[in-house]
Design a protein around this ligand. Structure first.
Ligand SMILES: [Zn+2]
Length: 301
């Protein structure tokens, strides 16, 4: 049972919105693509966790702090006698472990995910201890991408490869577990300690004037030029998109980049490069304001 769902982080949303509206440096772009890929891998793993039928509490994407150190947990699954900590990686290609290092087949060293996992386990254990929680932690490094190959996997470590995933879930489901109020208390403690504002955010500086105004193809990033009632078609790749969802997406992007700014028809008219008639924008803002009630689109005039 999922007690905490996974969403795109604010950082990822901001970078995604900026990527189509300004030129990110090579480094920023790579960072953005890595975040996006990591998120997709975690969502892929959630698909496997959804097949869990035994009694469990699953908390996704937890950001906790212990002794002034922040740590991020991709998925934590609590069962009767222990908790599984999953570190999920969406790597593609061939990799190998060599001692304490982790390398691509070409010999390029990349950050060793096992060290990251060890750090997380240590901090989570301290977090449990300081909260008076006595439950063992079983850590797993999970590679989800079917295009991933690993050589020289350390045999003493719990590593799940894409080809083992189904079997792993099946084995979990064979366990008999029941949860009681202590597990509820533990989950509540974790949820209450979750930090919503990430200190790791690496969003580049941006000015309104430097951002491209318009509506952009989600596939190739090209600006839409014509508006024909219900469908917008990308002039470059030909991908069609529903006009209303393109407008809603643009409004959401504006909200992500300027969360404290007031939304108005004129603001969005300018933001979308004068592509939509003002009455369409007004109507869309109104509809979504009604739909979301006191939700995110709190200002409208
Ligand atoms: Zn396109």
């Amino acid at each position: 049972m999922f007690l905490k769902e996974r969403y795109e982080s604010e950082e990822l949303k901001v970078l995604k919105a900026l990527n189509t509206r300004m030129v990110l440096s090579e480094k920023e772009k790579q960072y953005y693509l890595n975040l996006q890929k990591g998120f997709e891998g975690e969502v892929m793993f959630d698909g496997y966790l959804q097949q869990i039928t035994m009694q469990s509490y699953i908390l996704n994407d937890l950001l906790l702090e212990q002794n002034h150190s922040h740590f991020q947990i991709d998925s934590l699954m609590i069962i009767q006698r222990l908790s599984y900590l999953f570190e999920v990686k969406n790597f593609e290609g061939e990799y190998y472990f060599e001692g304490d290092t982790f390398k691509t087949i070409n010999g390029n060293e990349v950050k060793n995910p096992l060290l990251q996992l060890d750090r997380n386990v240590s901090l989570l254990r301290q977090f449990f201890n300081s909260s008076g929680i006595k439950i063992p932690i079983e850590p797993y490094l999970v590679f989800v991408n079917p295009e991933f190959t690993l050589y020289h996997a350390p045999l003493n470590r719990k590593i799940i490869l894409p080809t083992n995933l189904n079997r792993f879930i099946h084995q979990l489901n064979n366990q008999q577990t029941t949860l009681n109020h202590q597990h509820v208390r533990l989950s509540e403690k974790l949820l209450a300690s979750h930090i919503t504002k990430s200190p790791f955010s690496k969003v580049p500086h941006f000015e309104y004037s430097q951002l491209r105004k318009g509506v952009f193809c989600q596939k190739c990033g090209t600006g839409m030029v014509e508006y024909h009632s219900h469908i917008l078609t990308c002039p470059k790749c030909g991908k069609p998109v529903n006009t209303k969802s393109a407008l809603v997406q643009s409004i959401e992007d504006y909200q992500v980049l300027y969360p404290s700014e007031k939304l108005s028809t004129n603001t969005i008219y300018e933001w979308t490069g004068d592509l939509f008639p003002k009455r369409t924008i007004r109507q869309t803002l109104k509809e979504n304001l009604i739909v979301s009630g006191y939700g995110q689109w709190s200002y409208y005039e």
